[in-house]
Design a protein around this ligand. Structure first.
Ligand SMILES: Nc1ncnc2c1ncn2[C@@H]1O[C@H](COP(=O)(O)OP(=O)(O)O)[C@@H](O)[C@H]1O
Ligand SMILES: [Mg+2]
Length: 229
């Protein structure tokens, strides 16, 4: 069974009398363990699609099944569990909590699991080690470089062992060598079995690393550009 099976996905925004069709009937199947890259100009609907897959937003039409379960049929509670445990999110702008230390940011998704502070701290430290930031646990985001902040964000996204990692231009704010480090971490997680969907503006990056590249324009997929396995 595919991990993700989306059919006829639409997302329409109503903005002061204006109607914006951000997604116009998308069909998408993603196999367990796949690495799919999403390319497309700004405004083509890439973030909208990721947000729907991650349960951060609801489609206006169509259906999304993840692991055979229809997201629209989940209760609020199930959906919030889905966002916290099945999915990991990485954003271009890191989205860390500025007042919290690196380890506290990493531990945030654990807060509802009934772990003690000591246990959360231990788990966060393991993840910080995995991204090479064991010495930055007590720093707040403003005391970290962009690349370090993104590594904290990756550690946070992996802390619950998500099946599906959704990355929205994860290297968009980083220089080339820092981007390569971030890609290495994402690839390591992919090798360990995580299914990866990554939005990027860099066709070369997609070509080099992804098993499949999908191009979006105006809320739809263009004919598949490349596929290899
Ligand atoms: N919250 C929103 N309200 C209204 N329109 C939106 C909203 N979010 C996105 N859009 C519109 O939907 C379209 C797709 O946006 P988005 O998914 O962010 O594109 P991308 O990530 O490819 O740049 C754009 O035309 C954008 O302006
Ligand atoms: Mg976007």
């Amino acid at each position: 069974m595919a991990l993700v099976d989306a059919t006829g996905l639409t997302r329409t925004y109503h903005l002061g009398g204006e109607v914006v069709a951000a997604l116009r009937g998308i069909d998408l199947t993603i196999e367990q363990g796949e690495f799919v890259a999403l390319l497309g100009r700004s405004g083509s609907g890439k973030s909208t699609l990721l947000n729907l897959l991650g349960g951060l937003d609801q489609p206006t039409g169509g259906s999304i099944r993840v692991g055979g379960v229809e997201l629209a049929k989940m209760s609020k509670r199930e959906l919030s569990l889905y966002r916290r445990t099945t999915v990991g999110f990485i954003f271009q702008s890191f989205n860390l909590v500025t007042s919290q230390r690196a380890w506290e940011n990493v531990a945030l998704p654990l807060v509802f699991q009934g772990l003690s502070r000591v246990e959360r701290r231990k788990r966060a430290q393991e993840l910080l080690e995995r991204v090479g930031l064991e010495n930055r646990a007590n720093h707040v985001p403003s005391e970290l470089s962009g690349g370090e902040q993104q590594r904290v964000a990756i550690a946070r996204s992996l802390v619950n062992d998500p099946k599906l990692l959704l990355c929205d231009e994860p290297t968009g704010n980083l220089d080339t060598s820092t981007s390569a480090q971030i890609m290495d971490l994402l690839l390591e997680s992919h090798r360990a079995g995580t299914t990866l969907v990554m939005v990027t503006h860099d066709p070369a990056l997609a070509e080099k690393h992804a098993q499949r590249t999908l191009r979006m324009a105006d809320g739809q997929f263009l004919v598949e550009a490349s596929a290899r396995s």
